[in-house]
Design a protein around this ligand. Structure first.
Ligand SMILES: [Zn+2]
Ligand SMILES: [Zn+2]
Length: 144
């Protein structure tokens, strides 16, 4: 018996067969088009802010940020637009700066149940982290 691995697209919510991505083929197609548009825009307008790119290309901010996190716009005129989720310093790709990545990986290695953090909050973090690393296997994905 074949069980199709169905899930909801994290962008449009449509149910689709999971193939290693958390978004459906329609959204992937749309993102590829958006990527070409954003890259073309940046080639002419290097150093634009995310808002500026969004306004002039019609590509939404989240999509632009996603491209940056995947490292796809590195060297395309996006300077200092991405910020570390933890400390807010400028980064080129991913979610965290190298310093925070190091600190986080140290913390992950010594995971101890903390009475100060509610279990609900910890669960949320785990789920969100897992979804992110499944879609985008960055350096974080290797840490166990
Ligand atoms: Zn979709
Ligand atoms: Zn940081």
């Amino acid at each position: 018996m074949m069980a199709a691995d169905l899930m909801n697209c994290s962008r449009c919510g449509r149910v689709f067969a999971f193939r290693g991505k958390t978004i459906c083929s329609k959204c992937i197609e749309k993102m590829e088009k958006d990527f070409v548009i954003v890259r073309r825009y940046l080639q002419k307008h290097a150093g634009s802010g995310i808002r500026e790119i969004e306004e002039n290309t019609g590509v939404d901010e989240q999509t632009i940020i996603q491209f940056m996190r995947e490292g796809r716009l590195v060297g395309e005129g996006t300077v200092n637009l991405l910020k570390c989720d933890n400390c807010g310093s400028s980064i080129k790709e991913g979610r965290y700066c190298e310093k925070c990545l190091y600190e986080i990986s140290c913390k992950l290695r010594s995971v101890m149940p903390s009475p100060e953090v509610s279990s609900v909050e910890q669960n949320n973090r785990t789920v969100r982290g897992a979804m992110y690393s499944r879609e985008n296997l960055g350096p974080m994905g290797k840490n166990k």
